[in-house]
Design a protein around this ligand. Sequence first.
Ligand SMILES: Cc1cc2nc3c(=O)[nH]c(=O)nc-3n(C[C@H](O)[C@H](O)[C@H](O)COP(=O)(O)OP(=O)(O)OC[C@H]3O[C@@H](n4cnc5c(N)ncnc54)[C@H](O)[C@@H]3O)c2cc1C
Length: 291
Amino acid sequence: MAVFYRRLPKFEYLQPDSLEEVLSLMSANREKAKIAAGGTDLIVQLRRREIPTPDYVLDIKKISLLKNLTADQQGLKIGALVPIAEIAASESVKKNFQALAQSSINIASPQIRNRATFTGNICNAVPSADSAPPLLVLDASVKLKSVKGERSVPIAEFFTGVRKTAISPDEIVTEIFVPQPASGAKSIYHKHSQRHSMDLALVGAAVYSIKEGDTCREIRIALGAVAPTPMRAAKAEKILSGHKVTQQLIDEAAHSAAAECSPIDDHRASAEYRRDMVQVLVRRALTEILL
Ligand SMILES: Cc1cc2nc3c(=O)[nH]c(=O)nc-3n(C[C@H](O)[C@H](O)[C@H](O)COP(=O)(O)OP(=O)(O)OC[C@H]3O[C@@H](n4cnc5c(N)ncnc54)[C@H](O)[C@@H]3O)c2cc1C
């Protein structure tokens, strides 16, 4: 426990006034600079010496253009500084992006949700990040900016390993874009943790689907905390896609999802238990939105 009371290591704390200033500091300092959004992951990691101490911590909270949450016919734009609590409270998120609303309300506590951001959650890139499975099934993309320009990375290509992402050392994330789901589409997120939402997910499962009559026209299934990166369960999707939905087919798909993930044994749960819970959560999510 003593580790929690360690002093912060020494670094220079900067609060740039503009995005241009942030980008030019990132370009000049690259790995030696670290962005702080809500700081709920970063400060803990610095205190515990889990990451190399940067020369500069760039607190970006003064950049007001990163604070916008907007929804229109194209989709949802989540600025890099939008707190998770705002996403959880948004009527348009609750109505059209149900899996995102369910994951937001299941992250940490109200205090943390008031500070922490979805962007920080994906940039931290732990396999259990609760925002990741919903963003995967909703086909989100991540907008990255540097002094050299802007690019957009599909969320499916964003996570490259445990705590590793496609962000270059001189780039920052400015926005997460979630396209408007097709008419009639539904999505759902289930999280299983040890006791309550303050605990990280042992397993997270998100499902997106469109049904036409009895037939599953489109299906996406994503899992968190059961592989080095959040993942799509492609074989399970194939079992259902284009077929008449039955409980038997749902059971088969849930079984397949459990077989395609690669969970680890650790102090929080065994791999076997996690695999069993994948099957339970995927079956529950599919049953809820397809039957
Ligand atoms: C008590 C507690 C409970 C928690 N419970 C959960 C939980 O249930 N589920 C869960 O998923 N997480 C949980 N977390 C983890 C954490 O709160 C989330 O990951 C949070 O979303 C991080 O957002 P932040 O804005 O605080 O990120 P920060 O700590 O500011 O940043 C995190 C990382 O992202 C980088 N970063 C941030 N913004 C940008 C940007 N715009 N561009 C480039 N890099 C950037 C930072 O440099 C840092 O490496 C918990 C944390 C605590 C302390």
